[in-house]
Design a protein around this ligand. Structure first.
Ligand SMILES: C[S@@+](CC[C@H](N)C(=O)[O-])C[C@H]1O[C@@H](n2cnc3c(N)ncnc32)[C@H](O)[C@@H]1O
Length: 251
């Protein structure tokens, strides 16, 4: 049962250009240091929503074996192969692999793409089913106190390489009752060699969470929260912390 039709279809072609400035190496280093701090120094990782494989490759270079599960064929097609990485098409509700993993990961807001309780319970069940006892479940989420305090804004992002110029206009609409922000993206992609322009739109629905909601999900699905910190700085989450990282351990 696939509960989530992939949103990263047309935008997959420009994903790495739009996020090229994100420091994936530092992010992978931070994630692996966090895993190491909880005694997971090597072994098998299962990465949900692995996208174009940015983190999977870097984590593999740090000694892990990584299986990336990603629903969007267009994102998977852009993932470069690596001898210690396997990419599979699938999602967090239906993935059913035979292996048991040392840790499961969902990096760069993958958890926030799960907007309904049904999807969240499915994801937690899938993560638990694939973890060894004592295995870790690490993910970042949009943090409700920051979404309320900072408020999602309209934004325009333009990026260019030697082939394309991409402009993405983001218009957020909040559903306060459902802890959800529906971000409408309007893309304009210009092929620099010919001037040909393509336009398309996507809406990405994102859920934000309080620590107590994650605590509740953890308790229901047999996990204990080991830490919750601002992603990349390790600071205590506050109203200014959009992305909070949680490390859970399977009981
Ligand atoms: C913002 S991207 C992050 C991709 C990658 N983790 C990165 O850091 O570049 C969110 C990813 O989550 C994936 N995703 C969304 N819903 C999903 C689901 N139910 N199961 C697995 N992946 C999902 C999307 O296809 C997309 O690749």
């Amino acid at each position: 049962m696939n509960l989530t039709p992939p949103v990263f279809q047309q935008s997959a072609a420009v994903y790495d250009l739009l996020y090229g400035e994100k420091d994936s190496s530092s992010e992978a280093a931070w994630v692996s240091e966090t895993l190491e701090s909880h005694e997971c120094k090597s072994g098998q990782l299962l990465e949900f929503g692995s996208g174009t494989g940015r983190h999977a490759r870097l984590l593999a270079e740090r000694g892990y074996f990584v299986t990336g599960v990603e629903p969007s064929v267009e994102m998977l097609q852009r993932a470069e192969p690596h001898p210690r990485v396997t990419f599979l098409q699938g999602d967090t509700s239906s993935a059913l692999l035979t292996e048991e993993y040392d840790a499961a990961l969902a990096l760069f807001h993958v958890m926030s793409y799960h907007t309904s309780n049904l999807e969240l319970h499915s994801f937690f069940r899938t993560a638990s089913r694939h973890l060894k006892r004592g295995g870790l479940f690490g993910f970042d989420v949009w943090y409700s106190p920051a979404v309320s305090f900072l408020v999602p804004e309209r934004r325009t992002l333009t990026k260019e390489d030697d082939q394309l110029r991409v402009t993405r206009k983001a218009t957020p609409a909040e559903d306060v009752q459902q802890s959800r922000v529906d971000v409408h993206y309007a893309y304009t992609v210009e092929l620099l060699s010919s001037g040909e322009v393509t336009r398309f739109e996507e809406t990405h629905s994102m859920r934000h969470f309080t620590t107590s909601e994650i605590q509740l999900l953890a308790e229901i699905h047999g996990f204990t929260i080991l830490d919750s910190r601002e992603f990349l700085t390790g600071r205590q989450p506050s109203r200014d912390t959009w992305g909070v990282w949680f490390t859970l351990q399977k009981d």
